[in-house]
Ligand binder design. Sequence first.
Ligand code: HEC
Length: 123
Amino acid sequence: MKGRPLMPFAITAIIGILLMVSLSFIGLNERAEMNADGEEAEEIEEFEDPIAEGQVLAEQSCIACHGGDLSGGAGPALTSLEGTYTVEEIANIIQNGQGSMPATGLNEVEADAVAQYLLSISE
Ligand code: HEC
């Protein structure tokens, strides 16, 4: 009897988690399709301030794995890439993934902006 009232909460929680996971997969798929379809049609604009844009994008796209302050999480720290990677190499990792890191779905200009931002904060 004592444990019973908890069941509805557990079920709600499980449904909620399943919903979140499936929605984020749907989102990822749609994003990937958009990039594939829009590649030639869509004109990619340069950013006026790549480092500021890069910071916003990094906060959206990288902190889930690399930690809130990019000092490492599931993925390694991104705060001292200077001397290890060039802008081009970082942009390539962002666009295509590397090892256990998946491609992020950012376009060329976005990846370049994030790479510039990461080198700008590099210690
Ligand atoms: C799904 C999780 C995930 C996301 C999202 C993610 N990364 Fe990663 N990243 C990883 C993992 C895991 C590695 C280690 C890959 C390996 O070498 O196996 C990695 C490695 C890297 C490396 C190489 C670091 C080194 O020291 O060799 C760079 C650079 C990098 N990520 C940049 C980014 C940037 C920039 C973003 C956001 C645009 C990003 N990552 C988003 C998981 C992620």
